[in-house]
Design a protein around this ligand. Structure first.
Ligand code: ACM
Length: 679
């Protein structure tokens, strides 16, 4: 079956083809009688050991017994190179039948994926159903961007992330190493560049080695010519103005001076040192959000543009891109850059990473460039799973635009919809691909977790509740599109499998919430809350209102790079699990009004919300949120009793309005059930 059926087995990402047979193997121990056909490799041996250890953890079955163990035959045509390539063959066959387990792959990365899938289908009772799985990724580039510049993410956090990425078959870790607030690459030629807290060269080499062992590439990004306040704090002579401070979040004006030859000399040295540590064929040079103000204001730059027949600042950035692109080409690297570099003169060899909405992908493709899609996979926006899952990297532009528009009417985003509408400016220059004739291929995509509100402590809770859904979008067939079905597998994944790699999101979030002053008595309320969406937290109320009303947006923000991330909003999962369960009950009631079990369970929950009474010592917005949750409970009870509620929409808007950085989570089906009449 190409469509998932989690009632049979729960694999995530769902394989290209999976058939469940009529029987199963019963493990008596977690020892496997392993044999290797054709070739083996240290990576395969280590993955087999990890598999056996994880089966022991999952089932509690001992690893060494008198039992001969189930047969595990591994056939691998060739061990891959030490460092993975972009076009690696990651396909595998996995067969479980009465003869045992058989994995067949062209390359050892396929074997690793086969073992990962196998781990996922072993039940806690040690039963492995008979299956025949023919699997390969839909996209070759399945990435995660971590922004280690805004906040330093320690090496344990990165190593843990690699383990989790391997479990959901992601294969690129994109490290955003520099930005206005931090520079995390230890450049020996220009030692003042690196921030006080940074990685050592040995840290980064160890990370690359560990990643490669999992079949994961590490692509470094050094963002230029904008986002460089941290560079200019150390080497002000590389900008045409002084940049001042660099701890503030939000857009900065700082920009490298593209007319200064010393800038290219320094970048060349930086590329040499990066290439020594990162063997990947690609290097990302940013290119996003360049504010041309400094360039427009400098007489020397105007003279340079005249002398070189550069018409405008757009042409000047193209000139800069060409210079740094040549430096990378001379080092044998392929350039990746954000979609702002898109201009007709753009080198078609560059890979363009599209982040500005639904239309830049097709502009890049029409230019003949290979593209990566990230626009709808920004995990820092605190969106729920179904939103990210719904955007397919190959969907038509019409479909993507319609989905973006639908978010504006989604009650979960009504508190920021006016701000989200601001992004429609990116649709200028939209293009429909008339034919595939000169269109560049979509290589895949990346989930992005921008780091303004992410440090090592909160990373796991911010990342993992949604990342496996994006991983599935990038690996599995497009027909895997039912978010309700996905939720079942995601739940299994996060509660059963993820802990095998050292994650326990629920326990982590709970412990952190306790540290933030949340008492157990408040957990029924906390479980109905979510952090505000989109850039609501980062902008803060004043800047958010300015953005919504189209006024000039003030620079002041509630956070800078030194603000501790220790509030309830930092520790709370982006999507309320309980709100999703409530939505499932409402789905049952919308399907069958009066469905008894759903009515009983909803009534119980709603009664609980009404009896949440604020404690004087509760942290600031909780009392108000408890009152809002109580209002929600009353609406639910009235609806269950069939009392018409003509003001429900307005009341819901009031209930879900943010209080501080938190809001009561009301899913789309609860919203629909409360506002739709029965007839
Ligand atoms: C970006 O989000 N500025 C790439």
């Amino acid at each position: 079956m190409a469509r998932p059926d989690s009632s049979a087995v729960s694999v995530l990402p769902w394989p290209r083809q999976l058939d469940v047979g009529g029987g199963s193997l019963q493990l008596l121990s977690s020892r496997f009688e392993t044999s290797y056909e054709q070739t083996s490799s240290p990576r395969i041996n280590s993955a087999v050991e990890r598999f056996a250890t994880e089966v022991a953890q999952l089932t509690g079955l001992p690893q060494v017994t008198e039992d001969a163990g189930v047969t595990l035959r591994i056939s691998c045509e060739a061990a891959g190179a030490d460092y993975p390539a972009l076009d690696e063959d990651e396909s595998y066959w996995l067969v479980v039948d009465d003869a045992g387990i058989y994995i067949d792959a062209a390359c050892d990365r396929g074997v690793l994926h086969g073992l990962t899938t196998l781990t996922q289908i072993v039940s806690t009772a040690g039963v492995i159903p008979y299956v025949a799985i023919d699997d390969a990724p839909r996209f070759a580039w399945r990435g995660l961007l971590l922004d280690v510049a805004r906040h330093f993410l320690d090496t344990q956090a990165l190593s843990r992330t690699l383990q989790g990425m391997a479990l959901c078959k992601l294969n690129v870790l994109h490290l955003h190493l520099s930005d206005d607030q931090g520079f995390r690459f230890p450049c020996t030629s220009y030692p003042k560049l690196a921030s006080a807290t940074t990685y050592s060269a040995a840290d980064l080499s160890a990370l690359v080695e560990e990643a490669a062992f999992f079949g994961i590439r590490v692509v470094p990004e050094i963002d230029m010519p904008g986002h460089v306040s941290s560079w200019l704090a150390a080497y002000p002579q590389w900008g045409s103005q002084a940049s001042g401070e660099s701890r503030r979040f939000g857009p900065h004006e700082a920009c490298l001076d593209p007319t200064n030859e010393d800038v290219y000399t320094a970048i060349g040295c930086l590329f040499d040192e990066l290439a020594d540590i990162f063997p990947d064929e690609c290097l990302h040079l940013g290119g996003d959000e360049v504010n041309p103000k400094w360039w427009s204001e400098a007489p020397a730059i105007a003279e340079f543009m005249d002398a070189n027949q550069i018409a405008d600042v757009v042409g000047l950035q193209a000139y800069f891109n060409q210079r740094v692109g040549d430096l990378l080409a001379a080092r044998g690297k392929t350039v990746v850059a954000w979609d702002e570099v898109l201009q007709p003169s753009l080198n078609p060899d560059w890979i363009v990473q599209c982040w500005r909405g639904a239309t830049t992908r097709d502009r890049a493709r029409a230019n003949g460039n290979r593209t990566l899609v990230s626009a709808h996979y920004y995990l820092d926006l605190n969106y729920p799973v179904d939103v990210h899952y719904g955007f397919d990297p190959l969907a038509s532009q019409t479909d993507l635009v319609a989905r973006e528009d639908a978010l504006l009417d989604d009650p979960r985003f009504s508190h920021v919809a006016a701000g989200m509408r601001w992004a429609s400016q990116w649709r200028q220059g939209a293009i429909q691909l008339a034919s595939a004739a000169n269109s560049g291929p979509v290589l895949g995509g990346e989930a992005c977790l921008w780091g303004e509100l992410v440090d090592s402590e909160v990373l796991d809770v911010r990342l993992w509740s949604r990342l496996p859904a994006v991983a599935e979008r990038l690996w599995s067939p497009a027909e895997c599109e039912d978010p309700d079905e996905l939720h079942g597998r995601l739940e299994h994944y996060l509660t059963q499998l993820h802990p095998l790699r050292g994650f326990d999101l629920q326990a982590r979030s709970r412990a952190q919430l306790h540290k933030a002053g949340v008492e157990d008595a408040w957990l029924p309320l906390i479980d109905m809350l979510e952090p505000v969406k989109w850039y609501g937290r980062l902008l803060g109320e004043v800047a958010l209102q300015a953005r919504i009303s189209g006024e000039r947006i003030p620079q002041a923000r509630p956070y800078d790079a030194d603000t501790p991330l220790t509030t309830i909003a930092d520790y709370l999962a982006p999507e309320s699990h309980l709100a999703r369960q409530v939505d499932a009950l409402c789905a049952a009631l919308l399907d069958e009004p009066g469905a008894e079990r759903a009515m009983t369970e909803l009534e119980k929950l709603a009664t609980g919300w009404i009896s949440l009474h604020p404690a004087a010592a509760a942290p600031a917005p909780l009392a108000e949120l408890a009152a809002a949750c109580g209002e929600l409970g009353r609406l639910v009870i009235e609806r269950l009793q069939g009392v018409p509620a003509p003001q429900t929409k307005a009341q819901l808007a009031e209930i879900t309005a943010p209080r501080g950085e938190l809001m009561v989570a009301v899913g789309p089906l609860l919203h629909r059930w409360l506002t739709e009449s029965d007839d």
